[in-house]
Design a protein around this ligand. Sequence first.
Ligand SMILES: Nc1ncnc2c1ncn2[C@@H]1O[C@H](COP(=O)(O)OP(=O)(O)OP(=O)(O)O)[C@@H](O)[C@H]1O
Length: 602
Amino acid sequence: MKRHLRNLKTLVKPYFRQIVLASVFLLILTVIEMAFPAIIRQVIDVGLKGGDQRFLIVAAGLILGLGLIKALVNFREQYLTEWIAHHVAYDLRNRLYNHIQRLSFQYHDHMPTGQLISRVIEDVRSLQSFAGHGLVELARIVILLVGIGILLFSRHPVLAAIAISPLIPMVLLTTDFGKRVGRLFLAVDNTLGELSSILQENVVGVQVVRAFAQEKYETDRFDQTNRKLFDRQITVVREWAKVMPSTIFLVTLGTILILWFGGQMAIRGEITVGELVAFNSYMLLLANPAQQLAWLVNAAGEAYAGLQRTFEILETEPDIQSPPNPIPCPVFRGEIQFERVSFRYKQSERPILRDINLKIEPNQRVAIIGATGSGKTTLVNLIPRFYDVSEGVVKIDGMDVRQMDLPSLRRQIGIVLQTSLLFSTTIRENLAYGRPDASEEEIIAAAKAAQAHEFILELPQGYDTVVGERGVTLSGGQRQRIAIGRALLMNPRILILDDSTSSVDTHTEHLIQKALSTLMEGRTTLIIAQRLSTVKKADLILVMDQGRIVEQGTHHQLLALDGLYRQIYDLQLKNQEELEDDLLTQPIDLSRVNFRSRNSLE
Ligand SMILES: Nc1ncnc2c1ncn2[C@@H]1O[C@H](COP(=O)(O)OP(=O)(O)OP(=O)(O)O)[C@@H](O)[C@H]1O
């Protein structure tokens, strides 16, 4: 709790001046509200009793003047509190987004995307709505309660005690509700996160759902979580509905008590009629905010849950960041070394990479092959520090990558994956994603080298065509060429490629191969190889099996070894004729070869 209040303080601190000003406005408003019953009392006791018309006119003028001031101050106060709330939400969304950008892959592996989205949007919204309207109302209630309490007790302590007495169970009721509601809202928010995860997964994976005709299953899954959300929300409403009528009843009880006891006192002449009316007006002044108390506690609970969930993200230290005093990264020569590297994902029981020793010379082309799940992707992911080694060290040009400045390390490593993500913006901006300062000539040159220039020109708005959800849909081959252009423009010293191309026609395949060759020139390149042609051309081939590099060398050296590589190769050679035809057209998926079957071959 203390920690969360401290967090809240860090959020509102920049707006301290505005908060003070809003509080002053609030105080003025409340004082004006409390002045009205006092004026009415004077009107009844002095004006009406003495039949003094001038007194009535003065009182009416006073009420009119105060009413005008109240309207003006009210406008300023409402504007200011909303302004503060929106600024706090704006800052929080930015802080969250910046932090999420810095969190490691390890974190993203286990945090569902939908949960993150729901925290940045929904939890911030609940915080914002409480920070605006809620906090002000709460402050108003406190000021009113204290102010009216002092006024009533100073005039007539006995009647004040009678009038205020129903407020005691009301406060007890709402505090009890307040204790429970935070927990209930946390459950609601978590389920909302689950629901957005399912939605997000289904929208992204719509093709898979349709292809497997699993619409019914997915609809049921969504319905189940939606029902859970509904049930949890209804629980909150039920709890709230229990408290709400009780508070309304208790306020009404206050008025009844005043009329009953106060009325008798007035008959006995112990208080004036004006005082009785003023007492009742003060109670009515409290009625509205008191009824809102349950709503406020509700909103506070929701905001508290939001605060907990958003700060859970903000308090997560990124596992992977630049060291405090990073070694400045000069332009890499491109030598890569793995020394006794082992790696285990946080969740995995066994090491995924074991005792990897490897030296790659600058500008070498390295092909990595191995069965699916043998650790190829994991191995290359250690170079740009998407994950950090569990044991051993990865070095570039003799320096441990963990000692380098992270952005300058990653800027020198280009990555082209099989399914390259493009952003929903123009082709030009997608190409210049890593180099926003690139000139038009540079962008076009990169697109030409990536064999993308021609098809870009054929698009409706050329380089200004928006891709993705808001614009045209590009084919797999076109997307990959844009991704190659994007990497080319970065001019990285080290390149990581996935050379598989999802079924494209011969011509596109040829264009992609040409683009990749241009991209690889003069750079250290690691290719997760799916094609025999790529493997044959590599300076060094790494054969991976169950997290280890079991063989390494050139095509001929490895053939001569007569080991696993030979077996893979022979398996392909059996279909020699077919392969000859397909070599430039169809990717030969080496990862699909059953490496384990070598035992049966022996
Ligand atoms: N983020 C992750 N968290 C936990 N385990 C993972 C993660 N990514 C991969 N693995 C596991 O690590 C092992 C190696 O995966 P990796 O993706 O490196 O294999 P690969 O050789 O690239 O496979 P493929 O050819 O199918 O892409 C697999 O058993 C996989 O289940």
